[in-house]
Design a protein around this ligand. Structure first.
Ligand code: ZN
Length: 315
């Protein structure tokens, strides 16, 4: 079976303060909070999803905010940089915008592109790059109009402890194509037009440590439930032991750890974030899967209230 993922579906990270998380990703970066739910495996923790107007596959940045949790160490076995695509001609806007919010940036040139690199409040490594491809976001918020908005993921930079093995998996399991090599990095592309460019270290990196400010996992796209079942067989044939298929309410998921230490997920494009609330009201109300609904009061009492708000720099 030959399979090719369209690219990144979502990326999930650990952070500490939920309001700080909302303020940064919605208030500063202008993403729409498309879902406010809980970690289905730990209902005392929020699971917050940010993306374009729909949180379309290839745009969904998700978080488990856990106040007081320990800070991790970015390093091998993780996604090192999460890259966002912005429309051509908006680089200077983003550079000024981040400066206005006191976010330190630096420029990184690679493969003929300029990346604006910065960190979120917990130290998560992010970058912005202009890309022609990828559908424009339809979401405007605060000081970010839809014409300048983040489209979704440009891709990611993987930090592997065994890059030869990780590259094998990218090629032979996920169906990505190697397109370049430069300054200790190897570049791969997937067939989609968003979340489609993956850079990886050519030489092994030392292990990082999980915790706030680090990525927990990166998810790759499967089309639908039937395709997802085929992906599970395909991953097994690639020599991995994927988890059973899990219902994540907005997609189905399966997980496996690749040999460079990074936790990979494969997630379906369907049904999407309007599965349990209308498009107009995405992210407004705490959504719980049916099996947690009877505990709603207790769950809500344990969560710190959060709000999506325009920050003072934009008022
Ligand atoms: Zn996931």
């Amino acid at each position: 079976m030959n399979k090719q993922t369209a690219g990144i579906h979502h990326i999930t990270s650990f952070v500490r303060d939920p309001q700080e998380n909302v303020d940064f990703y919605s208030g500063v970066l202008g993403l729409r909070m498309v879902k406010k739910t809980i970690n289905f495996d730990a209902p005392e923790v929020y699971h917050l999803y940010f993306g374009n107007e729909m949180g379309s596959p290839g745009t969904a940045m998700t978080f488990f905010p856990s106040p007081g949790s320990r800070i991790g160490q970015v390093g091998g076995g993780q996604v090192g940089y999460t890259s966002f695509a912005v429309p051509s001609g908006t680089f200077a806007f983003w550079e000024e915008r981040l400066a206005k919010f006191g976010v330190e940036t630096k420029k990184n040139e690679r493969f003929g592109e300029t990346f604006l690199q910065f960190k979120d409040p917990d130290g998560l490594q992010l970058e912005i790059v202009e890309r022609e491809e990828g559908k424009a976001s339809q979401w405007s918020f605060g000081g970010v109009s839809a014409e300048k908005a983040i489209k979704g993921f440009a891709g990611a930079q993987l930090y592997s402890v065994n890059p030869a093995k990780t590259m094998d998996t990218l090629t032979n399991v996920l169906g990505l194509t190697k397109v370049g090599e430069e300054n200790g990095l190897v570049r791969f592309r997937s067939i989609g037009d968003i979340g489609n460019v993956i850079d990886i270290n050519a030489e092994p990196m030392g292990w990082g440590a999980g915790g706030a400010g680090t990525v927990h996992h990166i998810a790759w796209r499967a089309k639908n439930d039937d395709d997802h079942k085929n992906w599970r067989v395909h991953v097994e044939q690639g020599g991995f032991h994927p988890t059973p298929i899990v219902d994540r309410q907005y997609f189905n998921a399966l997980y496996f750890r690749e040999q460079g230490g990074i936790l990979f997920e494969i997630a379906t494009d369907t049904p999407g974030f309007d599965n349990d609330e209308p498009f107009e009201h995405l992210g407004e109300k705490l959504q719980l899967p049916a099996w947690y609904e009877k505990h709603r009061q207790l769950i809500e009492d344990n969560l710190i209230p959060i709000e999506v708000r325009v920050l003072k720099e934009d008022r």
